[in-house]
Design a protein around this ligand. Sequence first.
Ligand SMILES: *[C@@H]1O[C@H](CO)[C@@H](O)[C@H](O)[C@H]1NC(C)=O
Ligand SMILES: *[C@@H]1O[C@H](CO)[C@@H](O)[C@H](O)[C@H]1NC(C)=O
Ligand SMILES: *[C@@H]1O[C@H](CO)[C@@H](O)[C@H](O)[C@H]1NC(C)=O
Ligand SMILES: *[C@@H]1O[C@H](CO)[C@@H](O)[C@H](O)[C@H]1NC(C)=O
Length: 359
Amino acid sequence: MHSVETRKKTEEEGKMVEDCSAVNKDAFGIKSHKKYPVVLRAVVLALIMISSIYICSICLSQRELIIIPRGMRVGIKGKTCTRPSISPDELPYTHYPTPVTYTRNECSCTPVRYFAILSMQRSGSGWFETLLNSHINISSNGEIFSVKERRSNISAIMNTLDRVYNLDWFSSASKNECTGAIGFKWMLNQGLMQNHEGIAQYFNQRGVTLIFLFRRNFLRRWVSVLANSHDRDAKQLNGTHKAHVHSRHEADILARYKPTIDVRKLIPDFEHTSKWTADAIQFFEDTHHVVLYYEDIIRNRTKLVDVLDFLRMPHRELKSQHVKIHTRPLSDQIENWDEVSQALKGTKFEVFLNSDHIK
Ligand SMILES: *[C@@H]1O[C@H](CO)[C@@H](O)[C@H](O)[C@H]1NC(C)=O
Ligand SMILES: *[C@@H]1O[C@H](CO)[C@@H](O)[C@H](O)[C@H]1NC(C)=O
Ligand SMILES: *[C@@H]1O[C@H](CO)[C@@H](O)[C@H](O)[C@H]1NC(C)=O
Ligand SMILES: *[C@@H]1O[C@H](CO)[C@@H](O)[C@H](O)[C@H]1NC(C)=O
């Protein structure tokens, strides 16, 4: 275990041991003065020895405290609190962060879960995140790694993660000091796949749980990618680009655009999506995780209760103002539908053509 926290502790411990030996050096370095009688000298020496043994035993007992598993350490910083009883296999995923920028006050004993939503663009993760953020105890800070500097190398990534999980990251999603689950969403192409080894190690050491959110129908995802990219230039809603909308009216305006799909790129893109999805799950298979599909949540909202259970958060109704943009059958939403369906017929991706349109 060499998590950041443990490293810090080890440094502190190192300092303590130094202090300890300094005490010893001073103690034995005291010059005995000839004028004291032998008995007095012996008494003083004995006292010095007893007190150094005592000081060192404190050092050693502190050291023992440090190797106590996570979650049982709450008392260390002098705070006493009654911890909720948590089953031993849950302990690695329960944390008691101490933010630098504020104190958690009466909630310092409320355990916090660390999570990350791993997804791909246009897979419903924006909608999913607003649902989670409608929960009083959950704070998901958005795509923090869309900013390149934060993902330029593994140390930049870890610094960013440390701030988020220490509850020192502020966004519109931030709750109060009683936050019970803290996370963000991370797209696979935002440095996640390149740095997967270091990141998986971090997640395992810090006890971060992962929520994979993928979309089953790659063709629908592709239509959404093209339409969103079109709107980035066309700015169809009164001159502003919107990746997500809050009204049916706006959704219908965006859905009017029917992309023409370059069929030569279609299958390679699907192969890539399919491989990345599988690789991502494999890279993080040792991490505590759950795999969700957008379509399943759309069809069955009870899946969201499973998510709350997974995060050990109390059940509450989750709400989002997001309105789904593409609701019509795919044949109505692709300009060159005939060409696309010809290209996919007979391939393993044919199934994407036939999927019912989702209400
Ligand atoms: C990592 O990236 C950050 C931010 O871009 C930079 O300041 C830092 O020097 C980089 N560190 C290494 C070891 O490359
Ligand atoms: C949820 O938040 C409320 C109010 O901030 C707090 O009292 C409660 O302890 C929190 N529950 C959990 C499980 O974090
Ligand atoms: C554009 O702005 C006008 C006036 O503010 C408003 O009535 C209309 O609904 C807006 N249109 C869209 C597509 O948002
Ligand atoms: C909806 O999801 C829940 C939880 O995963 C499951 O128990 C239930 O059977 C599902 N209902 C349907 C109709 O698929």
